[in-house]
Design a protein around this ligand. Structure first.
Ligand SMILES: CC(C)(COP(=O)(O)OP(=O)(O)OC[C@H]1O[C@@H](n2cnc3c(N)ncnc32)[C@H](O)[C@@H]1OP(=O)(O)O)[C@@H](O)C(=O)NCCC(=O)NCCS
Length: 146
């Protein structure tokens, strides 16, 4: 289903911090039981952050690191499978293209492989554990120019 009514913002950590932190606490810490101290790291200040809103309610988030890694993709449970994650991912990929990143890389939880595959990411290498959750590296190659 097309998520025409959702608003996406892209900004720095200063502007994203409050809403992104609340969504991550709900999704990663409370739902997925990731220890809070592992969810927090020092990379946020250097990253570009996307947020999704339904009216004034923040419903999803994700970040693009300076090294072209996308991470911390999270959509509040009642809003999943409505295209919100795709809007967030597309916004971050557009930022990566705009600043000239070549390949974009991420560590996908295994359940999310179909989601990222749908956006052109290809899995590589072996499954590994991060915060006790199985992940696999996925890479999106830049579009080929003729
Ligand atoms: C992964 C996540 C961000 C996807 O967000 P979303 O808003 O549900 O994604 P979308 O609605 O844009 O999904 C688009 C497509 O991706 C695929 N997809 C999304 N979630 C999927 C799932 N759990 N299983 C299989 N396919 C899935 C589907 O093809 C879907 O299209 P469809 O609903 O028309 O079939 C969301 O499920 C989430 O926050 N999960 C919990 C946190 C998490 O695990 N984050 C990922 C860390 S790597």
């Amino acid at each position: 289903m097309l998520a025409v009514s959702y608003r996406i913002t892209v900004g720095n950590w200063h502007s994203a911090r409050r809403d992104a932190t609340a969504i991550r606490a709900e999704v990663f810490v409370r739902e997925q039981h990731v220890p809070r101290e592992l969810e927090l790291d020092a990379r946020d200040a250097d990253s570009i952050h996307a947020l999704a809103y339904d009216g004034i309610l923040a419903i999803g988030t994700g970040r693009l690191l300076p090294d072209a890694h996308i991470g911390r993709m999270a959509v509040r449970k009642p809003y999943r499978r409505r295209g919100v994650g795709s809007l967030l991912l597309e916004a971050l990929l557009a930022e990566a293209r705009r600043r000239g990143d070549g390949e974009v890389v991420l560590a996908a939880q295994l359940h999310a492989i179909p989601f990222y595959r749908r956006h052109g990411f290809v899995a590589e290498g072996a499954v590994f554990l991060d915060a006790g959750i199985e992940h696999i590296t996925m890479r999106q190659l830049p579009p080929r120019t003729a």
